[in-house]
Design a protein around this ligand. Structure first.
Ligand code: ACM
Length: 450
């Protein structure tokens, strides 16, 4: 079987057929996002449940066509194996979080990531737009947020406990037009963008722009870690953020909107509750990291991202919330991929390709799905991001699309023989299975392995 993510059923026929890109599509009743793809000597036929199903059938056709189909200029005619594929996803939420706050990801590269998600049949791009180290969302009412909060004069290079600094300013922000473009580009690929503005912690960039927002003042943070300064929970600050979220809602039409809520030392749960209520009044669903469970009673529609293991997710389910599993032990793709001393800036626990592939969400029949998180303290460029993300994100794609149980050896064979050549064709600078290439190491830049 050559596909990845692995379809529910693949039946090989005899021989191959020439294919010039023409296929017949018909819509039929079936599972959401599902399709049946028939490649016969008479041609290619797709029965799709919906537009997403048709889109995924096209991604599968591309996989059948071979690696060259993933180049910017694909071959016109290809030979396809005669086969029948019957397929639909296991989970509705197949997500990736990109932290564009710690290191700004230029828009061109963000659009490229949307393409990479679509290739892997992933359908949620969670954008972490603000943090202590940067504010990336153009705010017209309070422009100092992006003008002041959008850059910092320096960055820690490597772990904060022993690292030096780059000595180089870093910054960038997306205009609202930029983000509307990203949303539309993603929608055309059946990817929903979930924006996040993190409150009441991880807010030092906003506080640098408007010191009255914070418990104390200070500049945009140039270090990593958990900054103890948080937003003040008084009405004026909450009102300020209601305006900021209203602008965000104008740009991002999706139902689910992130309010962060994580790692707010001494943060006041009322802040999270009031912003959550505001989002609900605007017809949206709040989305928060699992610390929001300690904020007191939340709107029932709040979606909880369980990152400190899965226990918080189970608690959230017991309280009636929808849950996205993203336990750091399995799905934090910034964590190091092996114990090899050559791993660049090795942080977190060892999270191998097999660890990601072996992840089985708890309460799988009750959660919305899962997402992989890419925090970027130590991923300062698209090349570093590629190295951390792939091929583990390919393994994750199969976890959230394909039915269990899994066959790790079979996966590794399919990956090596069929999928890494596709990533090569796409220009993805993944981590080779046997370790980093010479130019992917960062000698002397300290990490903090756990
Ligand atoms: C998180 O890792 N602070 C959600």
């Amino acid at each position: 079987m050559i596909l990845l993510p692995r379809p529910a059923s693949y039946t090989a026929g005899e021989g191959e057929v020439d294919f010039d890109g023409d296929h017949l599509v018909e819509y039929v009743e079936g599972p959401a996002e599902g399709y049946r793809l028939s490649v016969t000597p008479g041609g290619v036929r797709v029965l799709a449940s919906d537009a997403a199903g048709e889109f995924y059938a096209r991604q599968t056709l591309r996989q059948l066509a071979g690696p060259a189909a993933f180049r910017a200029v694909p071959p016109g005619r290809v030979r396809l194996p005669v086969c029948e594929v019957v397929d639909h996803p296991r989970f509705a939420w197949r997500g990736v979080m990109l932290d564009v706050a710690r290191h700004f990801l230029p828009r061109h590269d963000l659009l490229r990531y949307v393409d990479l998600l679509a290739v892997h049949k992933l359908n949620v791009l969670h954008l972490h737009l603000t943090d202590d180290q940067g504010w990336r969302f153009e705010c017209r009412r309070y422009p100092r947020l992006h003008e002041v909060g959008g850059w910092r004069p320096d960055s820690r290079f490597g772990d904060r406990r022993s690292g030096g600094t780059t000595g180089r300013p870093h910054g960038g922000y997306y205009t609202q037009d930029d983000l509307r473009e990203v949303v539309a580009y993603a929608a055309a690929r059946h990817v929903t963008v979930v924006p996040e503005i993190d409150v009441p912690g991880h807010s030092q960039a906003a506080i640098a722009a408007y010191p009255e927002l914070g418990v104390s003042g200070g500049p945009v943070w140039t270090d990593w870690g958990v900054n103890p300064n948080v937003l003040r929970a008084d009405e004026a600050v909450v009102e300020f953020y209601r305006h900021v979220f209203d602008e965000l809602l104008d740009v991002f039409p999706g139902e689910v909107v992130g309010l962060g809520g994580d790692e707010a030392e001494g943060g006041d749960g009322r802040f999270v509750r009031r912003i959550a209520r505001h989002l609900v009044e605007r017809g949206r669903r709040p989305f928060g990291w699992d610390e929001v469970l300690d904020a007191g009673p939340l709107p029932a529609s709040t979606v909880v991202a369980s990152w400190r293991g899965e226990e918080p997710g189970l608690r959230a389910l017991a309280r009636g919330h929808d849950v996205v599993m993203c336990p750091e032990r399995h799905l934090y793709l910034d964590y190091r991929q092996s114990d090899d001393p050559d791993e660049p800036i090795p942080v977190g626990t060892v999270t191998t390709l097999a660890d990601v592939y072996g992840y089985e969400p708890a309460a799988a029949d009750r959660v919305l799905g899962a997402q992989a998180n890419l925090w970027t303290e130590h991923l300062d460029s698209p090349r570093r991001l590629d190295y951390a993300a792939f091929p583990r994100l390919s393994a994750f794609a199969e976890v959230v699309w394909s039915p269990a149980p899994r066959d790790g050896d079979g996966f590794t064979t399919r990956l090596a023989e069929h999928h890494l050549p596709r990533l090569d064709a796409l220009g993805v600078e993944y981590r080779p299975l046997d370790g980093p290439r010479p130019w992917q190491v960062l000698p002397g830049v300290p990490g903090f392995p756990r």
